[in-house]
Design a protein around this ligand. Structure first.
Ligand code: UT7
Length: 334
């Protein structure tokens, strides 16, 4: 019998500390008004000093496991998407999260696809399940982006926040519960649009890295903005067309939360109403791989997401990478 992949649950973790626009006014030459007008962001959450990416990922994952009703002993793959891993080389953050959750002796690994990480993980989970190799997969998007942000650079420090989101993807024989479709792509031509130059094999950790602040994220904001609007819109048009759907068929459009102006431009050009578009960028900022699952968790917790509701995920990030996914929420809802 054919085996399909279904999203059974969602969970998220938001660190306690809030970094508001007025806090940032005291740190760099910016204003609350500028940040809101250009990005829509009012505040973002920042992890505590002792709190790592895996700590946040494990908390989001615990919630997702609990809400799925699936025993953690039945999880057979743990995947984490992050560009702010606990350790840059090894061990993977997925291994550390597995240990924190006491899920050992199962395959676990990280992927790096920046803001597209969670949707990339969905495509991997779908393939593992449809091939019959796995049954219950824990996927996590977690970022301590504050660890790679230069809080003297006003062009980037206003944008990013920390957090984590997770989901359980399980095998089902019921096609109605299945992830419908995923389109994922990348183009390294634009690798320099969003980059953390060090540490790595190109620029190993050294004094130069610290002196030149190469360990912090660098972004070509304008160029990234334009390409984001174009790609996110095109992505949705393609996935809807190939599944014979219209924008009006989608109750929950969940775009990557980078900038309100990007989301509005994409939503408007697709003819989406305000009610269809999920918006969290105002309170979390851009949390990279955690952005999409944190947004899904928001509509789950508010009661807006109902069992079987169709979601359209749409994301874009460093690499450059982009991806869209069409899926029903196949878990219990409030
Ligand atoms: O998640 C991955 C994808 N990332 C993104 O999608 C981010 C995409 N980019 C953006 O969201 C926007 O480009 C930014 C929010 C980063 C910047 O907004 P913008 O409207 O593109 O501003 P800009 O870079 O064109 O800068 C306009 C002006 C400049 O001053 P001048 O040269 O006109 O005098 C900047 O120096 O705004 C200045 N500026 C600021 N002013 C106050 C830049 N950052 C700030 C700031 N506060 N924080």
């Amino acid at each position: 019998m054919a085996q399909y992949a279904a999203m059974r649950s969602i969970g998220a973790y938001v660190p306690k500390k809030v970094l508001s626009n007025s806090d940032l006014e005291k740190m760099v030459d910016t204003t609350d008004e500028w940040i809101i007008k250009r990005t829509g962001i009012k505040e973002r959450h920042i992890a505590a000093k002792h709190e790592s990416t895996s700590d946040m990922g494990a908390k989001a994952a615990s919630l997702a496991i609990e809400r799925s009703g699936i025993a953690k002993e039945d999880i057979d793959l743990v995947l984490c998407a992050t560009v702010t891993p606990d350790y840059f080389n090894m061990p993977s953050t997925a291994c550390i999260i597995s240990k924190k959750l006491d899920i050992t002796n199962v395959q676990a690994f990280d992927i790096s696809a920046a803001c597209s990480g969670f949707v990339y993980l969905l495509s991997i989970a779908k393939a593992f399940i449809e091939s019959g190799m796995k049954k219950n997969i824990l996927i996590i998007g977690a970022e301590k982006f504050s660890s790679i942000v230069d809080y003297t650079d006003r062009a980037t420090c206003i944008l990013f926040g920390d957090g984590a989101g997770a989901a359980i993807i399980s095998a089902t024989s019921d096609k109605k519960e299945s992830i419908v479709d995923i389109h994922a792509s990348a183009d390294g031509t634009y690798a320099d649009f969003l980059v953390t130059p060090a540490p790595g094999s190109v620029n190993p950790a050294n004094q130069k890295m610290l002196d030149e602040k190469l360990n912090f994220v660098q972004m070509k904001g304008n160029e990234t903005f334009k390409l984001a609007v174009k790609t996110l819109t095109q992505d949705v048009i393609e996935i809807l067309e190939s599944n014979n759907l219209q924008a009006s068929d989608i109750p929950h459009f969940v775009p990557h939360q980078a900038n309100y102006r990007i989301i509005k431009a994409v939503g408007d050009s697709l003819g989406m109403t305000k009610e269809q578009v999920v918006l969290t960028v105002d309170k979390y900022g851009n949390t990279s791989a955690a952005s999409i699952p944190m947004a899904i968790n928001d509509i789950y917790e508010s009661g807006r997401l109902k069992e079987g509701d169709l979601m359209l995920l749409d994301t874009f990030g460093g690499g450059l990478t982009w991806a869209s996914a069409l899926l029903p929420f196949a878990g219990k809802t409030k």
